[in-house]
Design a protein around this ligand. Structure first.
Ligand code: SF4
Length: 279
């Protein structure tokens, strides 16, 4: 997954269900806007995001996109049962797009699959989120017994030491994503925890994407406070814990170039607003 990934939130809101939910992004956002995150609502304006078309009749969502689904909710929430069939329909209509369905509710996936699921769809990845050993042991067995073409494990927020060798040894897990915690009350991520997962991924030849360190990263007993998101990504790259290894310097250069481009876009927008006449 990278910076070009798209996000589709067909519904918004969720209920905290485990330790990893403590500093949930959706709750953080809603607090700012005075919304109740426990109230799960359908996203009326963007529910059909995968199949929206422009004036010429072309899909707005480009072919080949990677879409992260439910970043402010959970795809397998009970409240979404009545909307999910329609969401599956949109996913079915876009075999040219990859959908990553993120969930902490692995025990519900099987009962929520569409009738024509069979052995899974090529364009769907289940990404089961596990924050520590307890939740990994609880959720991964559900993932492993599912018929699915693509199975990922997301260690975000990574808040406790994890031994996942026996799960990687099954050969079913394609990719592991790791990242530290952000927002108020963040818990630290230890370099050694990521290294342990990295070594297991190397042993079983499973991709590891260490996306960012989070606010507090501990290495060699020293605590690093890293509040800037760009720096979190850069430090994660510099740790050398991706697998397969990546061209670190080229990626860092690309990260800074994108940041500069974003800054320029924001500045231009601000300037345009300033130039507008006040009437
Ligand atoms: S499952 Fe995800 S979206 Fe729901 S409360 Fe937990 S962290 Fe937030």
């Amino acid at each position: 997954m990278d910076i070009d990934d798209k996000t589709w939130n067909p519904w918004h809101g969720c209920h905290k269900c485990s330790e990893g939910c403590q500093n949930c992004y959706a709750y953080f956002l809603d607090k700012r806007y005075g919304r109740d995150t426990n109230e799960v609502v359908k996203n009326k304006s963007n529910f059909n995001f995968p199949v929206k078309k422009d004036r010429t009749g072309q899909y707005k969502l480009e072919s080949g996109s990677f879409v992260r689904v439910c970043m402010t909710s959970d795809f397998f929430l009970e409240e979404a049962d009545e909307w999910r069939k329609e969401a599956w329909d949109y996913i079915r209509q876009r075999p040219d797009v990859t959908f990553s369905l993120l969930t902490k509710r692995a025990q519900r996936i099987r009962e929520c699959l569409p009738d024509d699921w069979a052995n899974g769809w090529d364009n769907v990845t289940f990404s089961v989120s596990c924050e520590n050993q307890k939740r990994l042991d609880e959720r991964i067995p559900y993932l492993l017994e599912l018929p699915s073409k693509h199975k990922w494990v997301s260690l975000k927020p990574f808040i406790g030491e994890i031994d996942m060798e026996k799960y990687l040894a099954t050969g079913q897990i394609e990719s592991v994503l790791a990242g530290g915690e952000n927002y108020l009350g963040s818990r630290p991520l230890h370099y050694e925890w990521v290294k342990k997962v990295h070594d297991a991924c190397v042993k079983y030849n499973v991709q590891l994407i260490f996306g960012q360190t989070g606010n507090i990263f501990i290495k060699d007993g020293k605590e690093y406070k890293i509040h800037n998101r760009t720096e979190q990504m850069v430090q994660a790259l510099r740790s050398g814990l991706h697998y397969p290894p990546r061209d670190i310097e080229a990626e860092i250069e690309a990260i800074y170039a994108r940041k500069a481009a974003m800054k320029e876009i924001i500045e231009n927008k601000k300037n345009k607003t300033k130039d507008k006449p006040h009437c």
